[in-house]
Structure formats: C-alpha cells, structure tokens
Design a protein around this ligand. Structure first.
Ligand code: ADP
Ligand code: MG
Length: 323
C-alpha cells in the first residue's frame, strides 16, 4: 500500500478501536481466509463462576450433601472405616479445592476461590503448591495432597477419574468446565465453573462466514465443553480443536496453515502469544494480557469479537481505494 493508504487505514482502524501494527499487517488482513478463535476470554467473557460442587463416595458414586448417598446406599453400611470422601461434605470438598487453587491465577481457579468465599468458607493458604499448566493444580493441605484439574492430572497422579465420568459428561455438555478433586489419593469430588459467551460472538462468527471466511475454535478445554460453546456461536463442530495444550496452540495454528490457509488467530491470553506470533495475522483482543498484545499484529481495543470483522473490512476498504 502507499504511505497515504496506510495512513488512512491505520487512522480508520484507530477510530474503530482496531490497532494495526504497521502497513504490512493492514495489507495482509484482507487476505485472511480462516479465523481461529481462542475460546476462553475471546469468544467467552472469561469470567468464570462456580456453578456445581459434587461429592464422591469411595464407591465412586456421587454423594448428596450431608453424606447421604444418591444411590440409596448407606455410608459404610459394612461397618468399615470411613474413607476420605465419606467424611467430606460439599463445603469440605469446595474448601479443599479453593485452598489448592488459591495460589493459581487461572480464571478457573479464581472462580473456585471466589465461589468458596461467597459461601462463607474460610480459604487459607496451602502448605505447598504446584501449577500444572493445561491440567490443573497440585497442592499440599494439612500434609495431604490435593489435586484439582482434568482427567489427565488425576490419572498422572494415580487416581482413576472413571467413576466421575457420568457427572463430568453431564456438566460438560452444559458447556461448563468440570474439574476433578483428588484428596489423599482418592477421588472426592467434582467442581464446575461456567463462563458466558460474549453477546456479539455469534454475530462475529456469522459475519465472517458470510464473507466466506472459515471460522474455527481452539481451546485447552475438553472436547465436550468446547463443542457446547461452539454450538452456541454456530461454529461447525468439525472446526473445533479442543484439549490443545498451551505449548501446542502454535503448532495447531501452523498445521491449519500448512494447507496454504491464511489464518488470523484471535486470542487474549499469555498462552495464546506463540500462536498469535505464527499466525498470518495475530490479533489480541480487548482486556488481553500484555504478552498477547506484544505478540500480535492487530490489537482490538474493545472486548468485542465483531471487531475482528471490522479489522478485515478496514483492510479491504483501504486497499481497494488505492487500486
Ligand atoms: P484454556 O485454553 O481454555 O484457557 P488451559 O489450557 O489453561 O485452558 O487449561 C486446560 C484445562 O486444564 C482446563 O480446561 C482445566 O480442565 C484444566 N486446568 C487448567 N488450569 C487449571 C486450574 N488452575 N485448576 C483446575 N483445572 C485447571
Ligand atoms: Mg484465553
């Protein structure tokens, strides 16, 4: 583009809250044929709320609060030793999860801590804490190991997540992120957080599709939750890449581009930065972290996914003017 066209486009962008990092980006944006949205914080508000706490007994069945079994059995009817889960109430499970998560900055963790505090639970600091990126947290509480995270986290730490599968599936198909809670080497509960899809996310998707742009979604979240969200914004389930580890997001974008596609990656988080960098156009959205903004070619000042369409339109309009 000529310097004049670049200036017009850059100015028009700025007036619309779309910041292009230079003339070449402005030029590239119009050729984007695929937009890959990060899920959490990009299509969704990224403000999680705690929605469910389920206690599990030693037989792997959900236990209603107060220790009564939903399956009608009596706890320890065999007169045997009560296991960890049987001694725990809903609030106990939530307290353990919140203590373990209090060292994590993750939105899922924040929601658990806030949810516990809202219920009047005192959330103390854990004795030890380890973040397991893309999987969860591992903490020491009163000398016991507490795990909060996905199936892989529990499996890797010797706990079989299978008994919770039914509960997990039910929560996930509601679009919630369900997390398993392990305590003293046993599965003791499931907690779930829910996020809200941004108001304009569906419009952004349909406007892109109307332009002939293929819309995809990428997330570290599990397949079922990802699909439930994709359905809400009308992204084709085949275009959903779920359970992608933070360090694998950039590989996923590269493999999408391998077939010659020109992909715009749209993300907000630190874990999106490498993917933003390898994309044909990297776009950081709204309240995104500094790392994401730095790695991006375009920054959307507002938290509005429709501005992705604006960015492409401005590029298109500016360059057509000088033809
Ligand atoms: P996203 O790409 O959606 O931001 P992440 O890659 O950060 O997700 O995490 C992937 C999955 O790992 C989450 O959906 C969750 O199951 C689990 N996870 C990650 N961090 C935590 C945490 N602090 N507590 C519990 N589970 C977590
Ligand atoms: Mg995100």
């Amino acid at each position: 583009a000529t310097p004049a066209a670049t200036m017009v486009g850059t100015t028009l962008g700025a007036q619309n809250g779309v910041l292009f990092k230079g003339g070449d980006v402005l030029e590239r944006a119009k050729d984007v044929d695929t937009v890959v949205f990060d899920k959490t914080g990009t299509l969704t508000q990224g403000e999680m709320e705690l929605t469910d706490v389920v206690v599990f007994g030693d037989d792997g069945q959900p236990v209603a609060d107060g220790g009564e079994r939903t399956d009608g059995g009596t706890p320890s009817a065999d007169g045997g030793q009560l296991t960890a889960a049987e001694r725990l109430s809903e609030d106990d499970v939530l307290r353990l999860a919140a203590i373990a998560e209090s060292g994590s900055e993750h939105p899922l963790a924040r929601a658990i801590v806030d949810g516990a505090e809202d219920r009047g639970i005192d959330v103390s600091d854990p004795d030890g804490f380890e973040n397991v990126p893309g999987h969860g947290v591992k903490a020491t509480v009163n000398g016991n190991e507490v795990l909060v995270g996905n199936r892989k986290l529990l499996r890797d730490n010797g706990i079989d997540p299978a008994p919770a599968q039914g509960t997990m599936e039910r929560l996930e198909s509601e679009g919630k992120t369900a997390m398993l809670v392990g305590y003293e080497g046993e599965l003791v509960g499931v907690v779930a957080d829910a996020d809200t899809v941004k108001e304009s996310a569906k419009d952004a998707v349909s406007q892109l599709q109307e332009r002939g742009v293929d819309v995809m979604m990428i997330t570290g979240d599990n397949e079922r939750t990802a699909r439930a969200v994709a359905e809400q914004v009308e992204i084709d389930p085949e275009n959903v890449r779920a359970e992608v580890l933070p360090e694998d997001k950039s590989d996923a974008v590269e493999s999408i581009q391998e077939s010659g596609r020109k992909a715009m990656m749209v993300g907000d988080g630190v874990n999106d930065a490498p993917a933003l960098a390898v994309a044909y156009v990297g776009t950081a959205i709204g309240s995104g972290t500094d790392v994401a903004i730095e790695a991006a070619d375009v920054t959307l000042m507002r938290d509005d996914p429709v501005d992705v369409v604006k960015a492409i339109r401005i590029s298109d309009a500016t360059l057509q003017k000088i033809k």
